[in-house]
Design a protein around this ligand. Structure first.
Ligand code: GUN
Ligand code: ZN
Length: 436
């Protein structure tokens, strides 16, 4: 593979920014160079210095005046819901039963799973997302097609065969044993192959019997290095129903706790209506609350209390995500724009630096993958986005009056979408421009 030297403005975070003036939280290089070899970042710094140290036959790609950042990370997305996006429903349970559980049944068909897998990765790349944590459907074949496509593209992806054995149509139910066996097979076939990671994926407490929750806990104990993904406290009717189904549990979070599913590798989608006790259980276990603003607004689920969770004595770990197809955009820029508005409605703010931190290093830290993705550090994967803050006429006009990096980031977040992504690199290869 040829050695590449990307030239452009470089931005990467070291830690969570503590306000607009916290310039120690990131590194910004106006004329930067990023040397890429064998899919990894080999050097980064001022362009003339990196050029001087590079081999004589290096290929230089000049992205100036664009901004080069680590690829975006989406920590909660449903691969079988590409054709569910924009379904007209009053609330979560109606949306699931009316559209989602119908659509996901189509993924029993290998050809459909394979077709949508291609579309899925195309869409992520188009929006600058280089790593995602995805739910497949209940069908093992959907996970096989997902991971095969991810491997073909050499992407760092986390995915899981969903386990669900009740409160869903027959075509969407496994059993405690088959869910366990299929998950083990998916792990054996795909985990660690290329850059694939498998996640243990009980959909949520409503669609798993106590026996299946038990089996999920067995998998969690057998494979402690794997991520776990599920949904928690998204909607008030969902919370009530989940608690009715597990009357011995103290609350919704306690259901997962009882089956050994809380912990630093566990991603809980939504977490909107948690009590203080539940928030404490989340923080004590190091579990991650996944903020999905476009979904929470679209389904009318509620406003995520970021300050309430992260501002506790012991902060709850937080990540951000699109939650397609309850969510309405594949774009992490659109997602953080809606996050900003959700916080505004609660008298809270998120600085543009914090937003871009969360799309990159923040989400990498939540996944425990910060040594691989989420920064421009030497030795990490060369998964990158190239951002154009003047991508549309309206943005270009506004850019005329933008004076600071913070203003530029805020403009990209507020008005940006897939058009803002000038290029996406996966393991050092430019992949967006090839999509057509
Ligand atoms: N809860 C259980 N399944 C789902 C899903 O597919 N989407 C959302 N938003 N919430 C869920
Ligand atoms: Zn979800």
């Amino acid at each position: 593979m040829k050695i590449l030297l990307l030239r452009g403005r470089l931005l990467s975070f070291h830690r969570e920014p503590q306000g607009l003036d916290d310039d120690g939280s990131y590194r910004y290089i106006e004329d930067g160079g990023l040397l890429i070899e064998n899919g990894l970042i080999r050097a980064s710094g001022d362009f003339p210095d990196v050029l001087q140290a590079a081999p004589a036959d290096v290929s230089v790609v000049d992205h100036r005046p664009h901004l080069i950042m680590p690829g975006f990370i989406d920590t909660h997305i449903h691969f079988p819901q590409m054709q569910v996006v924009g379904s007209y429903a009053g609330s979560l349970l109606e949306w699931l039963n009316t559209y989602t559980f119908i659509e996901e049944q189509r993924f029993a068909e290998p050809a459909h799973s394979a077709r949508i897998a291609i579309k899925f990765f195309d869409e992520l790349i188009r929006h600058g997302t280089t790593t995602a944590v995805a739910y497949c459907s209940v069908h093992k074949v959907s996970a096989d097609m997902f991971f095969a496509e991810s491997l073909r593209r050499n992407m760092r992806m986390i995915g899981g065969k969903v386990m669900m054995d009740r409160n869903a149509p027959e075509g969407l139910r496994d059993t405690p044993q088959s869910g366990y066996d299929d998950t083990r097979q998916v792990i054996a076939d795909w985990h660690g192959k290329g850059r694939n990671h498998v996640a243990i994926s009980p959909r949520f407490a409503i669609t798993s019997t106590p026996e299946q929750m038990e089996m999920s806990g067995v998998l969690a104990r057998e494979f402690p290095d794997l991520h776990i993904q599920t949904h928690l406290s998204e909607n008030v009717d969902e919370v009530r129903y989940a608690c009715e189904l597990f009357p011995e549990a103290k609350d919704y979070t306690d259901i997962y706790m009882r089956y050994g599913l809380l912990g630093p590798k566990s991603l809980f989608g939504h977490c909107i209506h948690l009590s203080d006790r539940e928030a404490d259980a989340m923080s004590e276990s190091g579990s991650i609350a996944v903020f999905c603003p476009t979904s929470n607004l679209f389904l009318g689920s509620g406003l995520f209390g970021l300050k309430r969770l992260s501002g506790r004595e012991r902060s709850v770990r937080i990540s951000v995500a699109t939650d397609i197809g309850g969510g309405t955009s594949y774009s992490m820029l659109r997602t953080l724009d809606e996050a900003y508005k959700v916080l505004q409605l609660q008298g809270e703010r998120m600085t543009p630096f914090e937003s871009f931190y969360r799309m990159t290093l923040g989400n990498a830290l939540a996944l425990g993958l910060e040594d691989k993705i989420g920064t421009l550090e030497v030795g990490t994967d060369a998964d990158l986005v190239v951002l154009d803050g003047a991508a549309t006429p309206a943005m270009a006009l506004k850019m005329e009056v933008v004076k600071t990096l913070a203003e530029e980031l805020f403009l990209m977040q507020t008005m940006g979408d897939d058009r803002t992504i000038a290029e996406t690199y996966v393991a050092g290869r430019a992949v967006k421009s090839g999509l057509g």
